[in-house]
Ligand binder design. Structure first.
Ligand SMILES: [Cu+2]
Length: 244
């Protein structure tokens, strides 16, 4: 059953990729431009979706060198990465988490900027512009950079398209709050925070199969994740219900 669900999810994710022009073109331009963006960034100014800036340090090419353990990408640079990523796809799981960390409704090790970048750039949206620095510094198993390892991404973090697929699947069986803005007939424009929609659904009905199948229950089973993100894993805000 779960294998069948997963392949259905993969197909749906593919369909979403195709039907979401912003994402498709972001992926395309990344492939075409390769590392040329480094040249674009010489102005040092804010250049939306130009990719990660300030990657000249040798630790970006050899993050396994012992001297790189203490290397520090600045908060400003991590913030620039996250800003680019979340400007391109604001509905990503990692963007919801970052927003809560910024607002102070979440706190802890998983609110550290490299951890949040990892939530987006590990498995979820690896090829997006803004992930270059994370991928280079933290993406390999051999990295010794403490900043990458101290928290690291949330273990078993849920993936954005998997969350959306879970909501679609669930809304196809019964209506709950959020099915209007995030369900099968909705567009990303109206589904600004799929994680919070699924979180509330799974808070109200934790035994729905999608809560396990998406990995949501599993992610929130981690005590530190639960403690850091009470709005996700504790009591998520009510999502208005227009079912009746
Ligand atoms: Cu339900």
């Amino acid at each position: 059953m779960s294998a069948r669900w997963l392949s259905a999810a993969a197909l749906a994710a593919l369909a979403l990729l195709v039907s979401f022009p912003g994402h498709a073109s972001a992926a395309r331009s990344l492939q075409h431009e390769g590392h040329d963006h480094d040249a674009d960034m010489s102005s040092g100014g804010i250049l939306m979706s130009g990719g990660s800036i300030n990657m000249a340090d040798p630790c970006y090419t050899a993050p396994d060198a012992p001297s790189c353990a203490t290397f520090n990408r600045t908060d400003a640079d991590w913030t620039d990465d996250l800003t680019q990523l979340c400007a391109a796809m604001p509905f990503m799981v990692g963007c919801t988490l970052w927003k809560q960390c910024e607002a102070g409704t979440a706190a802890g090790a998983y609110c550290e900027l490299p951890s949040l970048a990892g939530d987006i750039c590990t498995e979820d949206m690896t090829a997006m512009k803004g992930c270059e620095a994370y991928n280079a510094l933290c993406g390999s198993n051999s990295t010794v950079v403490e900043q990458c390892l101290s928290a690291g991404p949330i273990p078993d973090h849920v993936l954005t398209f998997t969350v959306k697929d879970g909501i679609d699947s669930l809304c196809n069986t019964h209506c709950m709050g959020g099915c209007d803005v995030c369900g099968p007939t909705s567009e990303w424009k109206t589904c600004s925070e799929p994680l919070m929609v699924l979180a509330r659904m799974c808070y109200e009905m934790p035994t729905m199969p999608e809560c396990d199948a998406t990995g949501f229950n599993g992610m929130c089973m981690d005590p530190e994740v639960k403690e850091n993100f009470p709005l996700v894993c504790g009591e998520p805000p009510v999502v208005p219900d227009t079912c009746a």
